[in-house]
Design a protein around this ligand. Structure first.
Ligand SMILES: [Zn+2]
Ligand SMILES: [Zn+2]
Length: 288
């Protein structure tokens, strides 16, 4: 109980720090004028607490076990070469390898319908600011974080250094809040190298162009795999076209409920009308 109270206390400090950084910046240099306490603010705060407290618990054991199992499969000469690298090179490599793992986990979350059911919650935000970073189902958050961390652990990149592990975590987390921030800053040619709010807002656009810009920090990973998008202007609409429950509890339960397609099948609906509905459902229940 005391541990939970201490955790909540640390979370409150972290949240105050994030608010102190991003709220003034968003007021000064916002892409759009929008309220600080927007409609889904409380729900996003709920995700903030939930994901901060439980995703670590959910991830801890599978991460260590899977990371250690894959570590055994890596040639020892490669592991020795990595262990011999200076700390700065291991940090850069950890960020890069973690990013590639995250990219594929994220891309799969758009392509595989049952993963999209969890990930759609993140894309349901219609007004985006720094707090939207936390709007994710714990299963979605755990899956994409696992895809990022496992290759880093398997390659032994932290090398037992808690400072390096903490730095990767803090950089990745802060950058996640930054790319969601309501900030109109552009980085010129550097936008091909480092992710910005402009880059990530195109991943939240309310049309098929969201099927790109999957990277969290390094857009050149998207260029490498052919999913980089950089239109001339900012997107004008965010969100998804499928309905999302208004409460946090129902949003958490929704991915476990039968999909509309399965519900129709169970109800025995068939014929041309159902076929059309079925096609529409496929179009909107994945990130296509
Ligand atoms: Zn996405
Ligand atoms: Zn996002």
């Amino acid at each position: 109980m005391n541990a939970l109270i201490a955790e909540l206390y640390h979370l409150a400090i972290w949240l105050l720090l994030l608010c102190a950084i991003f709220i003034p910046l968003e007021r000064l240099a916002g892409v759009r004028r929008q309220k600080i306490f927007r409609r889904d603010c409380l729900i996003d705060l709920g995700y903030f607490v939930l994901n901060s407290v439980f995703v670590g618990l959910l991830l801890g054991v599978p991460l260590i076990l899977l990371g250690a199992a894959i570590h055994q499969l890596i040639p020892s000469t490669m592991l020795a070469a990595i262990a011999g690298l200076p700390a700065a090179a291991r940090l850069a490599l950890a960020l890069l390898v973690g990013e590639i793992g995250f990219y594929w986990g994220h891309r799969l979350s758009h392509r595989i319908p049952w993963l999209w059911r969890f990930h759609a919650i993140h894309h349901s935000a219609e007004a985006i600011d720094f707090l939207t970073n936390t709007r994710a189902h714990p299963v979605d958050m755990a899956f994409t974080r696992m895809c990022g961390f496992i290759p880093v652990l398997a390659l032994g990149l932290p090398g037992g250094s808690t400072a390096l592990t903490a730095l990767v975590l803090v950089l990745g987390t802060l950058w996640g809040f930054f790319v969601h921030a309501n900030l109109r800053w552009r980085f010129g040619v550097l936008e091909h190298v480092i992710a910005t709010p402009f880059f990530h807002r195109w991943h939240h656009t309310r049309d098929t162009r969201r099927e790109g810009n999957y990277a969290a920090m390094f857009p050149f990973i998207d260029s490498l795999f052919g999913t980089y998008r950089r239109p001339d202007q900012w997107p004008d609409r965010y969100g998804i076209d499928t309905p999302m429950p208004a409460s946090l509890a129902l949003q958490l339960l929704q991915p476990f409920m039968p999909s509309p397609r399965r519900a129709r099948r169970r109800a025995g609906v068939s014929g041309p009308v159902a076929q059309t509905a079925k096609r529409r459902s496929i179009d909107t229940t994945t990130g296509d």
